[in-house]
Design a protein around this ligand. Sequence first.
Ligand code: GDP
Length: 182
Amino acid sequence: ECASNRTIKIAVIGAGGVGKTALVVRFLTRRFIGDYERNAGNLYSREVQVDGGEQVAIQVQDTPGVDMTGNGLSLPDHVTCSIQWADAVVLVYSVTDRSSFDLISQLHQLVSRAGGANLPPVILLANKADLLHMRQVDSQQGPVLASALGCSFYEVSASEDYSQVHGAFHRLCCLMAKQQPA
Ligand code: GDP
């Protein structure tokens, strides 16, 4: 059949060091690789099985960290391109990094702006939930922000829990597959 005609394109965006690469690698390979060559910017292609058993092609774009500068938010061109390219966006912060959480609203605005009339589906991931003693963002704050932004929320740990990470990405893929019928 012609399932391969469509590719679901997902961009993963957030501050540096929040675990974007770790999450993408974990989702796609099941493995957590703590120490690897920095490979932010990689585009990964895979097939995933969505609800109903259909195989769909996905592409996941890992992006370099976006950080605040003295002048505000500096969004590398590469990241802007990724947002425009994407059918869906995964915004990531780390529960151990308050500033990465504070960045999310602005990133969401930039995504909205880039998406124009068709706001791409966005999900919010709070990563590094395993690092209890280093927590700077408490677990109520994520859901509050997500509902203000109108997106789904998942608190996950790339290092400790494959099924949470898989569940978050997989649900997004299922949603996208439904929205883009073959
Ligand atoms: P990126 O810059 O957002 O792509 O972040 P990385 O994926 O490179 O991760 C930054 C660091 O955080 C690396 O040392 C990872 O091993 C570590 N890391 C990523 N996710 C987790 C997690 O869920 N728990 C813990 N404890 N460490 C993590």
